[in-house]
Design a protein around this ligand. Structure first.
Ligand code: LLP
Length: 413
């Protein structure tokens, strides 16, 4: 779905004129389209209809309570990686029994909380973690539902920082160690084995590595069944990549068909953990131009958003499309880097873009629904931006802009 539309030469997002939002809420501002969230969620439901999956939205992509509440209402479960994310899901009215708890370093406190509220399962990433969960469960007189995250050693062909399924990555239990780890789990009295999972990386455009990873998991599922360990679910990990620039749109239906074919005739329930593809293109970061600085060898469009609001370009050299909100016919375009006010050379949102802008103009940084607000920081004592939800022409504030006193309220003078 395309949520963007120019009407009277002004960019609208889900029916709302972006200048209206800048005026009412200020900039920088994250804007999310509820319609686009719904569409993205339903496209997974439709593509995977044959398997009736539990779609566990990966909270890390965008944890705003309103986003979580909306997905909960659509029937989503949640993939969490911390006690904090678990509390967010509960605060948003999410159902603990649809929560899967991923991550390599779960603390004792986090495990206790997850057991007490009754999460669906722990995705376990190492033998010591199995022992820890067993011990915490024993202390509480409970049995912990567990799944093992297997590292299938498949190259996801994505940016090295967001690739997770290779031998050299810190994630998961090595494929060759998997059977031993399951036997270890089966021998621990306070664990109940319920599943298997993997997650090989994020922003996957070529989906064949996902199918390859699932094929590898199924080898283990069969070996386990032969030993009498019959799993209840198979979790295929994160979702597909999204279009930021000129990537080919990943074929969700083709992927779903492959999954359906591979799982045909198996008793296991399908679980998945998409994040980016449910929210990424449902969000935009609205920013205002402070100055246009014409340099000796480079031009700079200096805006009021920075790497603390959108870290992806600085961290992964990620590309985000940038649109002029009210394009001028009479201003010459310049080739410029779009940069923030932060004192770092790495503080850029875009490199070498043709823009026809003057100070005071608004720019829309696209695909900012995922891993933007959730990765924001206060570097340079910058308050985190406000968040707004729009839906078919209406808008509401879903997170107020931080105030400066918020920033130092915990400091002790
Ligand atoms: N499940 C697990 C265990 C994960 O680690 C992740 C993402 C997901 C699911 C969701 O994957 P997705 O559907 O979003 O691809 N900050 C980076 C992305 C880091 C992804 C970390 N794990 C970025 O901005 O590109």
């Amino acid at each position: 779905m395309n949520s963007y539309q120019y009407s009277n030469n002004v960019l609208h997002f889900d029916g709302v004129a972006l200048p209206t939002l800048a005026q009412e809420y200020g900039t920088p501002l994250y804007v999310y389209s509820e319609t686009a969230l719904t569409t993205a969620f339903q496209s997974y439901e439709q593509a995977f209809a044959a398997n009736q999956p539990l779609i566990c939205y990966a909270v890390k992509a965008n944890g705003n309570l309103n986003v979580l509440k909306h997905f909960a209402a659509l029937g989503a479960g949640f993939d969490i990686v911390s006690g904090g994310e678990l509390q967010r899901v509960l605060a948003a009215g999410g159902d603990a029994s649809k929560v899967i708890f991923s991550g390599v370093g779960k603390s004792i406190d986090e495990i206790q909380l997850a057991l007490q509220v009754g999460v669906k399962c722990f995705n376990v990433e190492s033998l010591p973690e199995l022992d820890r969960i067993n011990a915490v469960a024993a202390e509480l007189g409970m049995t912990a539902p567990i799944s093992l995250r297997i590292n299938p050693d498949v190259d996801a062909q994505t940016h090295p920082y967001i690739s997770t399924g290779l031998k050299e990555n810190k994630f998961g239990i090595a494929f060759v160690d998997a059977m031993g780890a399951y036997r270890h789990a089966a021998a621990l009295p306070n664990l109940r084995i319920v599943g298997i999972d993997c997650h090989i990386g994020s922003q996957l455009i070529d989906l064949s590595p996902l199918a390859e990873a699932l094929e590898r998991l199924l080898v283990l599922v069969d070996q386990l069944a032969a030993e009498g360990i019959v799993l209840q679910h198979i979790d295929i990990g994160g979702g597909v990549g999204i279009v930021y620039n000129d990537e080919a749109q990943p074929d969700l239906q083709a992927y779903a068909d492959t999954v359906a074919r591979l799982l045909a005739g198996r008793p296991q329930h399908l679980v998945m953990e998409p994040g980016r593809s449910l929210v990424g293109n449902a969000g935009v970061l609205l920013t205002q131009v402070e100055f246009v600085k014409v340099g000796e060898s480079k031009n700079f469009v200096i805006v009021d958003a920075a790497m603390n609001d959108l870290m992806r370009p600085a961290l992964y050299q990620a590309y985000h499309a940038i649109a002029e909100v009210a394009p001028h016919a009479d201003v010459p375009a310049v080739l410029a880097d779009v940069v923030g006010p932060i004192c770092e050379t790495g503080d850029f949102l875009a490199k070498d873009r043709e823009l026809a802008v003057v100070a005071g103009d608004l720019l829309a940084v696209k695909s900012a629904g995922a891993y933007a607000a959730s990765m924001a920081s206060n570097y340079n004592t910058r308050t985190r931006a406000a968040e707004v939800m729009v839906k078919a022409g209406a808008h509401r504030l879903i997170r107020r802009r931080e105030t400066l006193s918020d920033l130092w309220k915990d400091e002790i003078l």
